[in-house]
Design a protein around this ligand. Structure first.
Ligand SMILES: Nc1ncnc2c1ncn2[C@@H]1O[C@H](COP(=O)(O)OP(=O)(O)OP(=O)(O)O)[C@@H](O)[C@H]1O
Length: 690
């Protein structure tokens, strides 16, 4: 069993916080490689995540680096059927992995629960889940990643969706990378080629999914026997059992194909998706999910189409009007110059009555915008002066600590608010109730681009996790800033914000006055609020907090850690659940595409996680220790000698598993214990070869 932290540390009443952000909530359980905890991510709206601690023991530093590297690579896997990897870090002697939390627990628990209640999964559920798993496996394989330890305990349930978790980092760290989970004594999902030491490849993962599928139908393992050797023998030699009669022949066929002994003949994940029965079911799933998605997210296809065509007409009109405007502007400029006045006046652009009217309106609007720009410049100067005045007042007076309401917050807000002229003059209260995006993107002038931002609309005072819709605009801005895109929002991005953000109507929860302040773009603004930081410590702190929150480098985007940058580049859809639904529908669609290219079989040599000599040595050492612990020194030595000669028989005659097992009985009480001895021999062989 992997070492765990000292009891005192774990039982302390104070919340344990790791990496300055993950607050341990409770222990979920301990596995062979470490302990899993439910934690709250303080930097991510207290979102629940799972933190797994694995003792790195006496690993060499380079192996830990390897594991970190592996963790980074795994963090790139982004699929609705794969448990999201968020972060990894070293904490003392522990390597910590932070992943998505799956509230439905693992599939092993689910199956046990069903068994206890005498329930069973219907065919549709079995197919749904198998398809979800196979799509995730297909995705992994296309990225040349093998799981190698697919079993019901490594499959998690979230929102009734299957998610593959527990990738190999723990096994790398504990030195059991070669064959799936040999320490755990769970050979039930291991393929014949793995048991025969013929190497792990992508088809071995497909085998494991076949075994899981059988388990979903029967709540039993596909290959059972008394002891590990018996199980191994059945896997290698015996045909899989039939599925119970209540399942169709079609689904039985799919399962049987996934359990073809010869990996060459066994279908790949992509081929499984092309089986007619699977493809038909996938198409149904896609239609159903798409309908559900539309209903849930209030998307009416007819309205959407109508809106899209209306938008297209408007865009066409706008672009024609833009052309006309520039032509008119050009001709009037030319009229002003002596050179071409006659020529220009002679060729006025041809406009329809409607266009003339629109053009006139546009020109008026342009003029108004120019005036507003000027007004804002004046306002800026006034604001700066006012701010200076307030600063001086602050220096002279000590303000009482803020206790709610719109006291000094309002004062400060008034002082430093740069008003968006399009909003007219609003009271602070009115500012507070406007949706986020109304504050973005006003250009005060060409030279001094300034992005004005309202910080935390609709957020509660105590908890900063507001409804999702309120953060979309802010995240959009954060993203655009972090990508160093132009600081001001274009009309189009304003439009996209207006379309995406749906502020909850009538939601006027109290707003923290200091948070009502607008945050400015430090690099580009001519206003330097740093000079205007309130002197009262509490206010100053809150003031600073805002800068931290919106700092370009601040770690604030959903997802945290290793994935932050990726997610920052993500879609505008800010609800992870919604994104996942969309992604899953897309993957189904892609899998249904007949022309989709088949990924080649991925073998052990070509995948992530090739480990170095240090890791192998550690593995051999651990494995030997484990064997001696179980069998005793003497018995281990006998079994080891016997198996070494049996496995490496030089006479060219290969013994069957049954023969080997029978021979083994002469030396050991329980031949199934020798499963690990076999692993040890295999590793030693590998070490010799490398
Ligand atoms: N992402 C997750 N979401 C929800 N529960 C999880 C998650 N990861 C692990 N768990 C739960 O935490 C417990 C411990 O998990 P862990 O992976 O450490 O061990 P295991 O899966 O039981 O064994 P092993 O990994 O050694 O095969 C299990 O009950 C598991 O269901």
């Amino acid at each position: 069993m992997a070492p765990s932290r000292p009891t005192k540390d774990r039982e302390s009443k104070e919340a344990r916080v790791l990496a300055n952000r993950y607050e341990i909530v409770k222990k979920l359980g301990s596995g062979n490689f470490g302990t899993a905890f439910l934690c709250k991510d303080r930097k991510c709206n207290n979102e629940f995540k799972v933190l797994k601690e694995i003792s790195v023991g006496d690993l060499q530093p380079d192996e830990t680096v390897d594991a970190m590297h592996e963790a980074r690579l795994l963090s790139k896997l982004d699929h609705p059927g794969i448990v999201k990897f968020h972060d990894s870090f070293i904490d003392g002697e522990f390597f910590c992995i932070v992943t998505e939390y799956c509230e439905g627990g693992d599939l092993d628990h689910k199956i046990t629960e069903y068994k206890k209640k005498g329930k069973s999964f219907d065919e549709k559920t079995v197919l749904n889940w198998t398809i979800q798993l196979i799509l995730a496996v297909q995705y992994m394989h296309s990225r040349r990643v093998l799981h190698r330890d697919l079993k019901t305990r490594n499959i998690f349930i979230r929102n009734n969706m299957m998610k593959i978790g527990d990738f190999g980092i723990s096994r790398i760290l504990m030195g059991t990378m070669d064959m799936a989970s040999t320490f755990t004594g769970t050979p039930y999902y291991m393929s014949p080629e793995v048991l025969k030491h013929e190497g792990y490849n992508s088809k071995s993962d497909v085998w494991s999914i076949g075994c899981i599928m059988y388990e979903l139908c029967t709540l039993e393992h596909a290959f059972i026997g008394q002891g590990l050797m018996a199980v191994m023998y059945k896997i290698v030699e015996k045909e899989p059992p039939d599925l119970p009669k209540k399942y169709s022949k079609d689904i039985d066929d799919v399962f049987k194909k996934m359990l073809i002994k010869d990996p060459e003949k066994r279908p790949s994940a992509t081929e499984v998706t092309k089986f007619p029965h699977v493809a038909r079911h996938m198409a149904k799933m896609k239609d159903l999910l798409t309908d559900e998605y539309k209903t849930k997210h209030n998307i009416n296809p007819e309205t959407a189409d109508k809106e899209a065509s209306e938008l297209a007409v408007l865009l066409r009109e706008k672009s024609r009007l833009d052309d006309l405007r520039s032509t008119v502007e050009k001709s009037s400029e030319e009229e002003d110059s002596d050179q071409h006045s006659y020529q220009a006046a002679a060729k006025p652009p041809k406009l329809t009555a409607r266009e003339r009217m629109r053009l006139k309106k546009m020109q008026e609007a342009d003029k108004r915008a120019q005036d507003l720009k000027k007004a804002t410049k004046i306002q800026l100067v006034e604001n700066t002066e006012r701010r200076e005045k307030i600063k001086t007042n602050f220096e002279k007076t000590t303000l009482p600590a803020w206790k709610g309401g719109y006291g000094e917050g309002t004062l400060l807000k008034e002082a430093i608010t740069v008003r968006d002229p399009r909003l007219g003059h609003l009271s602070p209260r009115e500012y507070g109730t406007l949706p986020d995006h109304h504050y973005h993107g006003y250009d005060s002038s060409d030279e001094e681009e300034m992005t004005v931002k309202h910080s935390t609309m609709y957020r509660r005072n105590s908890d900063r996790s507001g409804p999702k819709s309120n953060t979309v605009g802010s995240d959009y801005l954060k993203r655009s800033q972090s990508q160093k895109s132009p600081r001001t929002l274009t009309d189009r991005s304003m439009n996209s914000l207006s379309m995406t953000v749906q502020p909850p109507h009538g939601d006027e929860r109290p707003i923290t006055p200091m948070r009502d302040l607008m945050v400015y773009d430090r690099e580009h603004s001519s206003l330097d609020f740093k000079d205007g930081i309130p002197e009262t410590p509490d206010l100053a702190n809150t003031f600073y907090e805002q800068f931290n929150e919106f700092d370009d480098d601040a770690d604030v985007v959903v997802g945290g850690g290793a994935n932050d940058s990726d997610e920052a580049e993500g879609t505008l859809v800010d609800d992870p659940g919604q994104k996942e639904e969309e992604d899953f529908i897309n993957y189904l669609e892609r899998a249904l595409d007949k022309d989709e290219a088949e990924s080649t079989t991925v073998s052990d040599d070509s995948v992530l996680g090739a480990f170095g000599p240090h890791a192998r040595e550690t593995k051999i050492k651990n494995l030997k220790g484990e064997c001696v612990k179980i069998m005793g020194e003497e018995e281990f030595q006998k079994a080891y000698n016997y198996l070494r000669s049996a496995r490496t028989s030089q006479d060219g005659k290969e013994k069957s598993e049954k023969e080997i097992m029978d021979g083994l009985r002469k030396y050991v009480k329980n031949p199934s214990d020798c499963f690990m001895v076999d692993q040890l021999l295999f590793l030693e062989e590998q070490a010799k070869l490398s």
